[in-house]
Design a protein around this ligand. Structure first.
Ligand SMILES: [Zn+2]
Length: 122
């Protein structure tokens, strides 16, 4: 018997994990997941959009319109940031991040992923 040849690629595997992670989000409007992988194809962090650790999903707003402080925007952390914060405690330089939604400019360029030199977005 020979081995299977129709197995999924690494990219499909890690994107699948990002999509699965998105299903953990409590956000009623947008669910995003992210998976960070090192150069040896080892998963080093996963996350999804949600409130910071310690903040109740039931006490903070999930609205997306109206008074700013009455919406989710000042409170919810994006999946990319959560994946970085949840990493296993290594230097993320040279890692790749797979996201279920194209990263916003804040995650991609200014604060989160852009500061992790060598990261590659897929
Ligand atoms: Zn973002």
């Amino acid at each position: 018997m020979i081995r299977r040849n129709d197995y999924i690629s690494w990219d499909e595997y890690f994107m699948g994990i990002a999509l699965l992670s998105a299903k953990r989000s409590k956000d009623p409007r947008t669910q995003v997941g992210a998976c960070i992988v090192n150069s040896r194809n080892k998963i080093v962090g996963v996350g999804y959009n949600g409130l910071p650790i310690g903040c109740s999903d039931d006490e903070f707003p999930w609205e997306y319109e109206g008074d700013f402080l009455g919406t989710k925007y000042p409170f919810v952390c994006h999946a990319e940031l959560n994946a970085i914060l949840n990493n296993i405690g290594i230097d993320l330089e040279g890692c790749r991040i797979y996201t279920a939604l194209f990263p916003c400019n804040e995650c991609e360029g200014n604060n989160t992923i852009g500061n992790k030199r060598g990261s590659v977005l897929i």
